[in-house]
Design a binder for this molecule. Sequence first.
Ligand code: KE4
Length: 429
Amino acid sequence: MLYQRSSQLFAEAEKVIPGGVNSPVRAFKSVGGTPIFVKKAIGAYLYDEDGNKLIDYINSWGPMILGHAYEPVVNAIIEKAKLGTSFGMPTEIETKIAELAVSMVPNIDKIRFVNSGTEACMSAIRLARGFTNREKIIKFKGCYHGHSDSFLIEAGSGAVTFGSPNSPGVTVGTAKDTLLANYNDLESVKQLFESNQNEIAALIIEPVAGNMGCVPPKKGFLEALRLLCTQHGTLLIFDEVMTGFRLARGGAQELLGIAADIVTFGKVIGGGLPVGAFAARQEIMDYLAPIGPVYQAGTLSGNPLAMAAGLTMLQAIESDLELYTRLEQKTAYLEAGMRKVLAENNVAHSINRVGSMISVFFDNKPVFDFESAGYGDNDTFKKFFHRLLKQGVYIAPSAYETWFITDALTYDDLDFTINAVNAVFQLER
Ligand code: KE4
């Protein structure tokens, strides 16, 4: 595995793009080395600029749940592009994907499309503040909701990877309205409600966290949050940018049986093109301009190419009745295989998994929140990452990320991966 061409491309990129990347987590900062430049990706595989073939466990951080270059999506984009790429005017396909999303996801009547998960979460917070006429929000340490100012407070994903949870540039005025609770710690939430009576517009949470590694909600935790929000007139926002259409057709709301007030989406809903969305029952969504007072807008929102990709993706998911069973079985197989070889090699580890979201932590203690997610040995993770890469397996270049399983993975790919995990530690013997 040589990365000569990637290294050369990275050196060129660094001259004109800050850090050589358009999103920090791609930069390999927490694992060392220089990022891999991709030439193409088909199905479960990446082909880098040095000719290496890699089994992909990032899948563009979630969107490629059916595999890269999924033919129906590619064809839909090609056909749509021939009719023009953007109009800044309403098109029928926006209604089609909105109708389908509303039919698949529980507890929503209307949906507004934007261009990223960040925009979706940022807009959801503004909508909640406008609807409740309150200013404060509760978020959880280690949860990541994109890079808008209100959320860059003890955020997860790339923000924590860099050990700079509170980003410069976020004003004190903004930060004071973001209250921090601990994931899976109901007491920390109750205290915030008690000390900020009638001031909390929304509580936003990743119903299954994926930005501190995969961290599932403890039994009863989300149910208790639902009750607290109802009691206090606070809107419960499920950030399903990662879990939406990944954990079930109806996302985490369906899988876990909890009704959120607002739900945000990204990743899968765009089929690999830039799409985010936020949705809620009609009385909340009708607070949005142009019919309501809460302003939110976007030149490329509902872009026909992105809508064509997203609609085709959702249609494929909606019609494939066995998809989530296959994803569950494949990811459970991978989990069992990795547990076996890590144990055989006496590697201190824990694995968290929900459906096709899975993370390996290099510490024996259970991981249930941001603090415990940090117990893992990062030197072991760095070795794990690079030795897997050298064997042709590409996982997230950070311990604070989740692996995303694609249905394009075969059991041979999974066996290859399990053997590669074994080989990482066999070298120690
Ligand atoms: P985007 O703005 O990156 O489309 O979405 C932000 C976002 C919001 N909510 C959740 C739960 C998310 O996971 C994300 C984005 N996820 C990261 C990966 N952990 C995106 C990767 C990146 O930053 O490049």
